[in-house]
Design a protein around this ligand. Sequence first.
Ligand code: FAD
Length: 425
Amino acid sequence: MAEVGPGAATDLPHAVIVGGGFGGLTAARTLAGRPVRVTLLDRRNHHLFQPLLYQVATAVLNPSDIAVPLRSILRKAANITVLLADVEGVDLARRRLVLDAGEMDYDALILAVGATDTYFGHDDWEALAPGLKSLEDALEIRRRVLLAYEAAEREPAGAEQQALLTSVVIGGGPTGVELAGALGEISRRTIARDFRRIDPTRASIILLEGGPRILGAFPESLSRRAEDALRRIGVEVRTNALVTRVTPDAVWLGDESIRARTVLWTAGVAAAPLTRTLDAPRDRAGRVLVESDLSIPGHPEVFAIGDMCAFLHQTGRPLPGVAQVALQQGRVAADNVLRRLSDRPTRPFRYRDKGNMATIGRAAAVAVMGRWQFSGLVAWLVWLLVHITFLIGFRNRVLVLLQWAWSYVTWHRGARLITGRWKDR
Ligand SMILES: Cc1cc2nc3c(=O)[nH]c(=O)nc-3n(C[C@H](O)[C@H](O)[C@H](O)COP(=O)(O)OP(=O)(O)OC[C@H]3O[C@@H](n4cnc5c(N)ncnc54)[C@H](O)[C@@H]3O)c2cc1C
């Protein structure tokens, strides 16, 4: 196979980062200007700000608002080469990566390939109930939701029309809550007056959660407040609701069926498929069990970070799959690469929990930060502030967020989309 070499040929050691998400990009930025040649590989040419994906799915933001080319972010880092490549395998013993075209050697490796949706053995549900992980997913969801309303407008009143007006979101974690909330707002407010034959405010948005409460990772009082906030915007929340079957026109809970033309999946995540090619211990969700310094057991030159790893050294349980964990691990893994390459001892990782939050439709949210708990508008403003801070450094990001926040407050901009294209205001 063709050898894909690193960028500028120098005597410096070669560190490869796979994945330009929150973890990989942070690692790359940490290694910028340091005495190491870095190659950042990603199968996409952009860094994606996943926390705002549901805004694209519900047509509040455009794809370009939340995706930035990796090349442009790292333009000034002369020691970093960005390459578009799908990594198909890692040969830990030979320190070699198998790419979609060619192979690549490394002296140190940071794996940061993230997570993917899992359907718990029901892979046939994927086509019927797409998840929300990429821009393509977001656009597909946006297309399905809005075309369902268009089809309902043509359909005579009756069961089929109601099925077209019914959206089911499976999974009551933060993504499911945010998605259901946004769908509720769109049908009740944004497009409420745009149709003549149907009344979008009669649309049914149902959030199904298999466990006893939504937002299981939040304190119980915030779960309750989130549920109340969702109900206020017309989302029906059903807990202890285990989905047993998904068909093209219905979701089944045992013998009960809910007729729905739009079904969305936010119920389960597993480590990205690349982890299966690693000769390393993994947990049930496929995440690589890492050492306390984030290296892979038996391979001190290889680090795994973010959603694809399970770090059990702090609480005995895996850390949550959130951006903060990936960001903080990216920094420590990069530092440990430098330490390892200069024969210094690596340092252990310790997660500093800065809080957890989820938005619920327009201008409401729940947030927990240390001993502090917020809900409603205050939590939403905290959420906004945190995301603005996060986004600083990205071209136009602050402007986009403020623009979007303004549209939320004033309800000006809506889901006006015609067969997949934006119609400008
Ligand atoms: C809809 C949604 C909303 C979210 N909201 C929040 C939130 O509000 N707050 C929060 O903290 N977290 C949120 N998260 C979680 C957060 O986005 C993740 O925890 C974070 O992205 C993990 O970072 P990562 O670097 O591990 O992986 P990712 O950011 O997923 O990056 C993985 C990268 O690896 C690349 N890749 C994968 N496989 C390969 C391969 N084989 N070859 C080459 N490249 C590959 C991918 O293209 C991608 O660029 C949300 C996630 C989703 C999906």
